[in-house]
Design a binder for this molecule. Structure first.
Ligand code: V47
Length: 357
């Protein structure tokens, strides 16, 4: 019989926990016990450092052919408020973003934007901002740019890499379980395809992030199954930099969910992610989605990364009401991290230290 005491001894000894033990923790551990376990792993992997980056998120288009039921961001071309940025507009946003070290580019599946648009875009960003790290595109966008053909993943990813793309974003993973995907995002690539895009990217030397979208219609078992598949791929490739639990936010969509999961479920999700994913170096508390105060709280439940300044609002999370027009300043992040008695480190996209405060 599994006991919390046995799992505690394993975690403290640096021994990996099993799927059954993760489920046992999920159902039986108190929040205090989860905090202790997650914090010990965070401390072992990241000392007392809390990472952040000076970055900007740009969504080149909100026109998307998919109709994921949790999404309130996508629009059809004919709808009021739909947009597509030209290359010049993207460059202008970067130029106006001030002192940043990373641009994060994620948008919709716009059938009028083909691979050439993105190849030209990343080439232009590399040319005009050679020192800026270019992170972007989720597995779903890669799948789309490959004409939904997994046999094209390697070729397209290599072309994007040659044009200046340096890492992939972690979105599109949602929950891998096919029965849940069929309800929340029926047109999206499958869980296996998501994993294959990332595996291919890792093989080509492109690091990536991984996400989970939790707090909708999934069960605790579905969440743990998702973590199992991420941990397995990371054992093979070591290509994931960070894991980002994304909390489902109520929005104008067709999912019909009446309330968000309570904060205590966020604490549980982050702690179990930190404990189970012993091979992923960083857990990111993405504050535009969680709210900044909650993101700070999650630093005691396994998170060691607050993402960044996000110097312009990200449309995908506009509905959460957590992001001001100009994001947060590096000084605000540093002060808040210090108040948590942790060491603020400005990092680059691959978690190399730029400055320790
Ligand atoms: O895949 C969409 C999520 C993701 C909602 O790699 C929603 O550093 C909650 O990729 N409620 C896209 N979540 C965002 C993304 C991302 C974000 C931050 C950091 C990184 C990174 C990547 O946003 C989607 C989906 O899971 N999402 N709508 C919603 N209503």
């Amino acid at each position: 019989m599994t006991s919390i005491g046995d799992i505690h001894s394993k975690v403290i000894a640096g021994v990996r926990i099993s799927t059954e033990e993760a489920l046992h923790l999920y159902h039986n551990a108190t929040i205090g016990e989860l905090a202790v376990l997650a914090d010990s792993i965070r401390q072992r992997l990241n000392d007392n450092i809390v990472n952040f980056i000076r970055n900007i998120h740009i969504e080149p288009t909100n026109i998307c052919r998919n109709r994921c039921r949790f999404c309130s961001y996508r629009k059809s071309k004919e709808e009021f408020g739909s947009y597509t940025l030209s290359e010049a507009e993207v460059l202008e946003r970067i130029a106006n973003a001030g002192d940043i070290s990373e641009v994060h580019i994620v948008g919709g599946l716009n059938t009028e934007l083909d691979l050439n648009y993105y190849l030209n875009l990343f080439q232009a960003i590399s040319k005009h901002f050679p020192l800026l790290f270019r992170k972007g595109l989720t597995a779903e966008e890669i799948h789309f740019l490959c004409g939904n053909k997994p046999s094209n993943y390697a070729d397209v990813l290599q072309k994007l890499k040659d044009s200046g793309l340096q890492s992939l974003a972690g979105g599109g993973a949602e929950i891998f379980k096919p029965e849940i995907r069929r309800v929340i995002c029926p047109e999206k690539l499958s869980g296996e395809e998501w994993l294959l895009v990332h595996k291919t990217a890792h093989r080509l030397g492109l690091p990536t992030n991984a996400t989970i979208l939790y707090g909708h219609i999934e069960s605790p078992e579905d969440r743990i199954d998702h973590l199992v598949q991420i941990r397995q791929l990371q054992d093979e490739t070591h290509g994931f930099n960070a894991f980002i639990p994304l909390k489902y936010k109520l929005s104008a969509n067709s999912l019909g969910i009446k309330s968000e999961v309570p904060l205590i479920d966020d604490l549980r999700m982050f702690a179990i992610s930190r404990i189970f994913l012993d091979n992923i170096p960083h857990i990111k508390a993405y504050w535009p989605m969680l709210g900044f105060e909650n993101a700070l709280l999650l630093l005691s439940f396994g998170a060691d990364d607050l993402d960044g300044t996000i110097s312009q609002s990200t449309g995908i999370y506009q509905n959460t009401g957590n992001i001001g027009k100009f994001g947060l300043t590096a000084e605000q992040l540093v002060d808040a991290i210090r108040r948590e008695n942790k060491i603020p480190v400005e990092r680059d996209s691959n978690y190399r230290e730029i400055r320790r405060y």
